[in-house]
Design a protein. Structure first.
Length: 79
């Protein structure tokens, strides 16, 4: 189940009018969220991972953030 804060960060990450700083903050939060799930041995949020994957494929996103997003998806994807 997606929580309000997760939903807010997903929207912030994918917003077309978001600044690089806002996207970086949202991506960091989502990465931490995936890490917490991993530590607690819970399945990662499919909504969060789908959003991060979508962001990593955006053409108009910051290249460094896109690479970080791709690494997050690879690290936490469901096997």
């Amino acid at each position: 189940m997606i929580n309000a804060e997760e939903n807010e960060k997903i929207k912030q990450l994918l917003a077309t009018d978001a600044s690089v700083a806002q996207q970086k903050q949202a991506l960091s939060w989502l990465a931490d969220y995936c890490e917490e799930s991993y530590i607690l041995n819970l399945p990662p949020s499919t909504a969060a991972l789908a959003a991060v994957k979508k962001f990593s494929n955006k053409t108009k996103a910051d290249a460094l953030l896109k690479r970080r997003a791709a690494i997050i998806v690879k690290q936490y994807k469901l096997h």
